[in-house]
Structures are given as structure tokens and as C-alpha cells.
Design a protein around this ligand. Sequence first.
Ligand SMILES: Cc1ncc(C[n+]2csc(CCOP(=O)(O)OP(=O)(O)O)c2C)c(N)n1
Ligand code: SF4
Length: 289
Amino acid sequence: MVEFKREWDIFTSGHTACAGCGAALAIRTIMRAIGKDCIVVNTTSCSEIFSACFPRSAWKVPYIHVTFENGASVASGVSRALKAQGNNHTKVVVIAGDGGTADIGFGALSGSWERNEDILYIMYNNGAYENTGIQRSSQTPLYAWTTTSQIGKEIRGKQEPIKPMVKIAAAHGIPYAASASAGYLLDLENKVKKALNIQGSRFIDVLSPCVPGWKYDPQLTVEVAKLAVETGLWKLNEIENGDIQNEKITVQPNFKPVEDYLKLQGRFKHLTPDEIKYIQARVNKDWKR
Ligand SMILES: Cc1ncc(C[n+]2csc(CCOP(=O)(O)OP(=O)(O)O)c2C)c(N)n1
Ligand code: SF4
């Protein structure tokens, strides 16, 4: 049992996230692993609204709120300014939602990867634009309901699968790309610590359940985040230096049926047995089972 010390908390209690927010849980763990020698760049999102509404702040480290789309650009500037001052120890960390990262901020992020900027970029992935009312993002799973992927006879929630951000990051050849989950906090902490000791661009995609967006009982956040991994729907992996062939799986799934994960969430409650079968078949194919 690891002893818990309050002074380790860099992202503190008193923020205004919903009860059971997976992003808040993940960010607290991430910041504990990073420690105080860092500058946080946080894009407009739930995390910014619940942690940094003037005059209050949940952050015990220097913090910059930036617009929705330019986390990677601002972080690039901060990182280079630190180097110009001869500071090679302060870590530059981006905390951003999936909308700000995989969609609207993607051009800036891809550019930062191509230049191998010295940044640790964390995307907490709640699978939608939650802050503005649960709109679909490229990270919304196949068939999930959102306010912009409605359920009808023809259109059955989101029609496209998730854009694979870890693979895309790895394809840029960056030193470290990984996927984590708010259900496996030790795995997340280990990945953050490993990433901190690597120079250049590092990216971690953290599955972070959202209570109103995914429509589940708030006490089930960790269970939902674990089931995503156990069913094989969410892979916990690491890819170093773009070497996709040698992808490392950090937690092996035990392949519980995907239905166990889907049935806990209202965003999937419209699914027919055939649609569930199709999702299961995709997982089986992905894992070559
Ligand atoms: C250019 C621009 N377009 C739209 C918005 C409105 N907006 C603010 S936060 C947000 C959603 C953020 O989604 P995401 O990055 O996934 O974070 P989450 O809210 O889910 O935590 C949107 C659309 C904005 N601030 N700037
Ligand atoms: S809407 Fe979702 S991501 Fe935003 S604070 Fe609530 S639980 Fe967290």
C-alpha cells in the first residue's frame, strides 16, 4: 500500500469538476507524478473551466490558459524560451481535451511533433467536446450518442471509429507515445514518470470517463475505465521512437465481452445485439483473436 501525502498534490481539491470526473482523477495523478518543477499549458476545455476560473485556481504550479487550438504552439514557445534561459530542468506539460488535441489543435500538435519539441503533451480523452454540451469529436467511439451524433433509424450515433492518436503520434517518429486509462492509475503514473525522463516530444492519451457525457452512475468511473481495458476496447500501450512493430502492451486485457462495458453507459443504450456483435468483432480483429 502506497502512503498518500497531501503535499504531493499539485492539482488540488477545491476544483469544480463533476463528481466522478475521470479527467480530474487522471490530472491529479499526472500532476503528482510530475511534481513542482513544471509549467502547465492548459487549453480551453472542461479541465480549464473546473480548475482555473478567476480568482480561484486548483494549480500549485505556473499555469497558462491558452485557447482551444494552440496548446502545442504555446508550449513550443515556452519550451524554447526556457532553453534560451539555460533552463533544462523545468518540464513543459500540456493538459488538453480530445477536441482541442485530436481535432482543432491537431495541426499545431503535428507541427510540434515534426519539430520534436521538448514537450510532454497529455490528452485526457473523454471522447467528446464535453464542456460545450457533449458534441462529437474524432475520439467519440463508434455508435456512441452525442448531441451531434443522434440516434435514428439510419444514423445510429457516431458513424466513424476513433481516430488512432497514439499510432498517429508514433508515425511522426516521436520518442514516446502511450495510451493510459483513469482506471489504471499506477500504469498512468509510471508512463508519466517514464516520459519525464525522455527528451523531445512525448504524448500520452488518457481515457477519462465523463459522467454526463457517457451517462453512467458517478460511482462507476474507475469500473468503466477498467472495463474499457479489460474488454480490449482501450489498449494500454507504449510506442517508442515510432517503432510501431515493437509496440509494448502494458496491461493485458482478459477479454471480457464488450457488452459489459457498453451496458453501463447511456450513450450506448440504443445499441442492437447486431451492433454490439459488430463492435466485438472489431475488437477481436484488432487483437487478432
Ligand atoms: C476556436 C474555438 N472554437 C470553439 C470554442 C468553444 N469551445 C470551448 S471548449 C470547447 C470544447 C472542448 O472540448 P475538449 O477539448 O474535448 O475538452 P472537454 O471540454 O471535453 O474537456 C469548445 C468547442 C472555442 N473556445 N474556440
Ligand atoms: S462534464 Fe465530464 S469531463 Fe467535464 S467536469 Fe463533468 S465529468 Fe468531467
